[in-house]
Design a protein around this ligand. Sequence first.
Ligand code: CDP
Length: 796
Amino acid sequence: MTQALDEIKIGGMGASRKRVEDNRFIRGRGNYTDDIHLPGMLHMEILRSPVAHARITRIDASKAWEIPGVHLVLTGEMMATRNLAWMPTLSYDTQAVLATDKVRFQGQEVACVIADDPYIAKDACEAIDVDYEPLPVVVNPQQAAAADAPVIRDDKENQAGNVIYNWEVGDAEGTDRAFARADLVSRLQLHYPRSHPSPIECCGSIADFNRSTSKLTVYMTTQAPHIIRAAVALVAELPEHMIRIISPDIGGGFGNKVPVYPGYVCSILASILLERPVKWIEDKTGNLISTGFARDVYLDGEMALRRDGKILAVRMRTTADHGAFFADAQPSKFKIGLMHSTFGCYDIPVAHLAARGLYTNKAPGGVAYRCSFRVTEAMFFQERMMHAAANDLGMDQAEFRRVNLVSDEQFPHRTPFGFLLDSGQYGACLDLGLKAVGYEDFLRQKEEARKNGRLLGIGISTMSEPLGAGNSREYDILGIKMFDSAELRVHMTGKALLRTGARGQGQGHETTWGQIVAHELGIPADDVTVEEGDTDTAPFGMGTYASRSTPVAGAAIAMVCRKVRAKARRLAAHLLEVSEEDIEWELGRFYVRSAPDRGVTITECAMAAYSNMPDGMEPGLENNAYYDPPNLTWPFACYIVTVEVDPETGVWDVLNIVAVDDCGVRINPMIVEGQIMGGLTEAFAMSNMQFITFDADGNCVGSNYMDYLIPTAWETPGFELHGEVVTPSPHHPIGAKGVGECAAVGGPAAFVNAVMDALGGTGVRNIDMPLLPDRVWEAITERHDVSGAPPVRTDG
Ligand code: CDP
């Protein structure tokens, strides 16, 4: 007699199954791009610009060509003869592959050398003579917007100044009217500084063009292999079926591995020209100064308030510094990403957001670093404004949020910017967080400590963020709609192969995807092999970023399992000799409704699909599914941080961190907790120590890991995590919402709000991140706000 399976025992939904990929990762057996060695492989190094803005008057590569072991030197001029000096970006702009006319940021790619080994290639790069004629440098968008600012993108026809876009959303007039009725207007100006995703593994590629088959294979560090295939097909004018992109193991992406980089293009061209595999592996400084930076947005925000704490309207003006090329991947319709997801979790009748983006002499910026297209900035601005507004009202921080949070009955809730929030229990999460942190007690301790000159502070950040782009009506990148896919093949012994269009970079897809199959089909997760990242085998997908894997690819997995189950049901009916309508399903088995003891397992159905199918039925048990989500999923989180600030030094220590995350149904609670801990660590780093900026000449300050600090377990505070509140997404087939980036998105404001709370009474409204001791100390002693915007040269 067959029996229903125990879901947890087979590693299904809700099981804290150990990560299968860690078997190879913790034994040093991962297969990263740099681990791949192909016969006859050559190595490429890039010569980068030492200056931020200069005209190139001469490039002499003759000495480099003479070095033994050098096979090819690529310059912009040579690229131009093949129409490859410039390439399209994912945001409808163009980007120089190798500079021809000018360099526009420090670290820009000027030339490449391909040689027998990377050391020869590096030496040869240094032998290339380049004459630069310096130009005035623009390091922040205010300077870029000035009437007399040099035009950075003079390569573009009709580009008069440095403005890339002006974009607005919301109801400007309605917002004005609400402000006219306000009892109080609270205003806050701040800068979310540039930060860098800095994955442990830098970017790299191995291009392998095979002249005899005309097929190009590229192993590369990309989070979106199918998008890269499309881009290569368009840029290199190669037919798509002759391009194979393989993303092997990826050592962290965090958005940094979404854009197309010149190194990829040059290694491809070099392989085509030399007919040998060409490997390019970036070094750490190359990665830090030239590849996708994040953030760098200025906010001027205002909130219209009623005396009782009700928010009547919000008005926001943001200015984004994109660097020299607008190269980040944003959904095409939304120039500043999903910045307008801000204030979604609060019941606010009307709002308006005006955004503008500018070019500066910095590396391209604005990538979604562990972030769903600018939601990190959106939620940071939101929660910093909430903090300032509660203080302006003289209202308790928690109470102010409680008064304005969307209540359970209001779902689905339409935000003032038009998003539809799917579900949530925001009040319950806040209450749980307050209880866990001992809110009232802490407020008392804080008052007591003050009397002794000690500065304690508490910071709250509550937010709901949109995860899982599409739907395809509204979300596309370069016109390619944002959906995702899964393909499932059940072998005759009941073991299975699952492939998706996503590409994990350490999130644990190989573990959790098997759990969805176990949940839907009763095939133990250990019997499912998960493959991603090879465009020749995986179904088309938009890749993994913006925590979209679970909401979109995860849904596609559930849907393909259901298609397979539907066929297995027909096989079961055949085996049990009853009609399909008489068959019931429970985990792992079909049985006859009127005789529950008579059943067949999914494994028996799989065998029958190859050995005993009914007449007329197509053999085999496999299918695929493309999933176009009807809506985004909206997880909710409440982060509460307590700190003590030393008034003598400005050093601040974290006392406690409480995180309450409602990401709907958790596939693997252990992995979810790991994601939250990772996100909180990054949030702590951003707010406390991570400093990468530019001097007035556009030199990148913090371009190495001695200056740009990655927190280790030593510096990272402990976390108290809560997952008791679970509100399934009503439109996701398994009720799951994304979670990977929530803590990195919502966390920073909790840390900063805590320090600002400790500084209460000083009149200081803002210190820009990172809250380095000298900045905090300056704020305490000078009693003024401290800006982190890069300084502008004033001596002409
Ligand atoms: O797109 P990305 O994989 O970065 O983010 P995600 O979809 O939020 O998933 C991160 C990891 O958490 C994956 O291994 C998911 O399967 C897992 N997860 C989960 O177990 N339960 C959820 N409700 C959401 C994510």
